[in-house]
Design a protein around this ligand. Structure first.
Ligand code: ADP
Ligand code: MG
Length: 707
């Protein structure tokens, strides 16, 4: 049975507690430094040590207990301050009080609970009136009304007993005097369960919390916190009241989670197993074998995805420049090429992984938004999008091509700097989004057209595309051998899946269960998922450093390829961006082996991947041309555009311009096929360089430019 206390007892006990050796200086700090210091932070274990009964009482009756502690504080500083506004904050609640949001129940109402959460929304900090001074407009009598909760209370009448005129609101007005009234800063936040605690794609549940006074304004969306507070209820419904109640948390204290991978517990035994695994000669192959084994093929892609899991090294240079270590990968492919399947798998595998679609439904979308809605009760609310929520994790974004304009402009910053800035309606905030991005998109017209250049069919702006360290295209063309393999693989996946559902599969008679299970053993991930997650989390503690052989390998490759671009008229094959991608992937490869040093083999692995993808997306006529990605226009296209523009200029009639058919004919004689010429004309007109003075005719927008 929990012990009961009278309010006087409580204040006395707390006074004794606060008067103790370790706490006394905290109280005197308030007396000396008020109002700059007005909170005392106490670890729950201290209270427990002092008086277990008091500690238990506080968990069950936090409002009463904390208020008494604050009264005790006030009494102790009364020699220096009159009626100060102080706070008693308790953190480090026992494990039993740590409740998941989805498990909060009626029995928790009014008790002290500790909730782990990811801040999704936070309003601006605005004052709330706590003690309102009123003046009667008729007689000038002044009244004080304490304000509790969110509803504003006005005087019912100008009280005669207190010397007023006795008029009610019908015959007089009560003016609020803001100067003598007292205000406190408040902030409303919404947290959601951290994604890694969720299993099986469950939607995270949310909890609203209120922060007051000196704690307000200290957190921003995307923060991971432990919130300690009192669970409160509010009645739902407006005019007609409902019997249903909403819950919210009156936050008493906040603990920030420092370490990105602390959610994943690694025991000393785990560490031993992890080390052992890293030392095995086929470690990397087994990691790749654990990535979507049910998906057939895509060996290079899976290798890159494995590197992405481990990531490169993020550096901060002497001058403060930050160089990202996150590896971004884009998968662009025909429908039904398992893109979504892979994304979902990776989101589950990666620590802090999330899966979302570019067509996000929330206002915050992929990045972040400042919105003024019901939640903020008149204040602006900053809401974190997927990339902020995945901070220090992996954001798997499906249908990247369908994102909204706001995301389109904000996503670059996230990819390169790992931050998202919001500047709207006086709110300026920078949120952290240091995550690797795995994006998927369909080609421009839904499916790749063999006859056209692949890069032209990618429907992402070049500025965005060129920030990906690897861009894989996945085409799906009927091809007998491949089709046979994929079909066989998929059929086996399903057959194995069916057999797995049987409790005693050995009783099945029409199939050879043993053989099938043996045959499909490769569908079992080479590492169990939990172990791989631990392995990845552990690997982040390693910071490999580039070895001299690795540096030579990378430099040799880069300089060698760039040389191909030196010839007159040749395209630029790769740029420094690819070199950085190579470095990141090499580091990731070393990390995957838990190696402190990046070896030549690590860089070779990176080169193989970059060479592979560039060959598919950034080559024209067998030559690499990075401009296909970096600017969206290949060198040969630029030449053709130049030719077309000259033709338009030469052939133009000053008034009517040039007839399209004549132009096409001439272009054909310059080796620009009609189809090509048409699409280039469309591009030129879209960019405003040419226009159509009348149907079927074209004119240059500005004649001088091509002198
Ligand atoms: P996308 O997102 O590319 O349109 P999905 O991920 O929805 O494609 O894939 C469609 C289905 O086809 C999935 O169930 C997936 O498992 C299957 N599939 C496609 N390609 C393969 C493959 N290479 N191996 C195994 N299954 C595949
Ligand atoms: Mg899909």
């Amino acid at each position: 049975m929990p012990k009961e206390y009278t309010p006087e007892d409580l204040v006395a006990i707390w006074e004794e507690f606060l008067g103790g050796q370790e706490r006394r200086h905290q109280v005197s700090a308030i007396a000396d430094l008020y109002p700059d210091v007005r909170s005392i932070n106490i670890d729950f274990s201290e209270v427990e040590k002092f008086d277990p009964d008091l500690a238990n009482y506080t968990l069950v009756n936090p409002s009463m207990s904390i208020k008494s502690a604050e009264d005790a504080m006030k009494r102790m500083v009364s020699h220096a301050l009159t009626n100060p506004f102080v706070h008693f904050r308790i953190m480090g609640l026992p494990r039993d009080s740590r409740i998941e949001v989805r498990k909060l129940r009626a029995k928790h109402l009014g008790t002290f609970v500790s909730v782990e959460g990811l801040v999704r929304k936070a309003t601006e900090v605005r004052p709330r009136v706590t003690v309102a001074e009123f003046e009667c407009a008729r007689c000038g009598h002044k009244m004080t009304i304490e304000q509790e909760g969110m509803l504003f209370h006005e005087p019912l009448e100008c009280s005669k007993e207190e010397g007023g005129c006795g008029r009610g609101p019908g015959s007089t007005k009560f003016r609020l005097l803001s100067d003598p009234s007292k205000f406190v800063d408040t902030q409303k936040i919404e947290t959601q369960e951290p994604p890694e605690g969720l299993r099986g794609g469950a939607q995270p549940e949310r909890l609203v919390g209120y922060i007051e006074d000196d704690l307000a304004g200290r957190i921003s969306p995307g923060d991971r916190l432990i919130l300690n507070g009192i669970l409160k209820s509010q009645q739902k419904g407006g005019q007609t009241k409902s019997t249903l109640f909403e819950i919210s948390l009156d936050i008493n204290s906040i603990e920030f989670e420092e370490h990105e991978y602390e959610e994943i517990l690694i025991t000393p035994e785990d560490e031993l197993k992890i080390r052992e695994f890293a030392d095995s000669s086929d470690a990397f192959e087994r990691i790749i074998g654990s990535i979507s084994p049910t998906i057939y093929g895509y060996d290079q892609e899976k290798e890159a995805l494995a590197l992405q899991l481990f990531g490169g090294v993020q550096k901060t240079m002497d001058d403060g420049t930050r160089i990202r270590g996150d590896i971004h990968i884009a998968l662009i492919g025909d429908p039904g090429t398992a893109k979504s399947q892979i994304l979902r798998y990776m989101a589950q595998l990666a620590p802090r992984g999330i899966y979302t679609s570019g067509k996000a439904s929330s206002a915050a979308g992929l990045t972040a938004a400042a919105v003024k809605d019901e939640f903020g009760e008149g204040r602006w609310t900053l809401e974190a999008g997927a990339l902020v929520i995945a901070d220090k994790g992996l954001a798997c974004i499906d249908e990247l091509d369908k994102m909204n304009d706001q995301d389109r402009s904000a996503i670059h910053e996230s990819l390169e700097q790992g931050t998202i800035s919001v500047a709207k309606a006086g709110i300026t905030a920078t949120l952290q989004s240091r995550c690797a991005v795995l994006g998927a998109a369909n080609p421009k017209y839904g499916r790749f057209d063999d006859s056209k250049n692949i890069a032209e069919q990618i429907d992402l702006p070049p500025a965005l595309l060129s920030r990906f360290d690897a861009i894989f295209t996945m085409t799906d063309r009927p091809e007998a051998k491949q089709d046979h393999n994929v079909a066989e693989h998929i059929l086996k996946v399903h057959q194995r899946g069916e057999i797995r559902l049987h409790e005693s599969p050995e009783k099945l008679t029409h199939v050879n269960v043993e053989e099938i299970m043996r045959d499909t053993a490769h569908l079992v991930p080479a590492m169990d998922k939990e172990f791989l997650r631990k392995y990845v989390a552990y690997s982040k503690r390693i910071t490999p450093v580039m070895g001299s052989e690795a540096m030579q390998t990378l430099e040799g490759y880069y300089v060698g390829i760039r040389k191909l671009g030196e010839d007159q008229g040749a395209s630029v094959p790769i740029t420094a961006r690819q070199l950085e991608a190579l470095i990141r992937m090499s580091e990731a490869s070393a990390r995957a082996r838990l190696s402190q040093i990046v070896s030549s083999e690590d860089s070779q692995r990176a080169i193989k991947i970059v060479q592979y993808y560039l060959g598919k997306v950034a080559s024209e006529g067998g030559k690499l041309d990075i401009d296909l990605i970096a600017t969206g226009t290949s060198r040969s296209q630029r030449e053709q555009i130049y030719v077309l523009r000259s033709l338009i200029q030469q052939m133009s009639d000053p008034r009517r311009g040039v007839n399209q058919d004549d132009l096409m004919q001439k272009a054909a004689s310059e080796n620009i096929p009609a189809e090509k010429a048409k699409s280039l004309l469309k591009r030129l007109s879209e960019s405003g360089e040419i226009y159509s003075p009348q149907p079927g005719y074209w004119k240059l927008a500005s004649e001088e430019r091509i002198a």
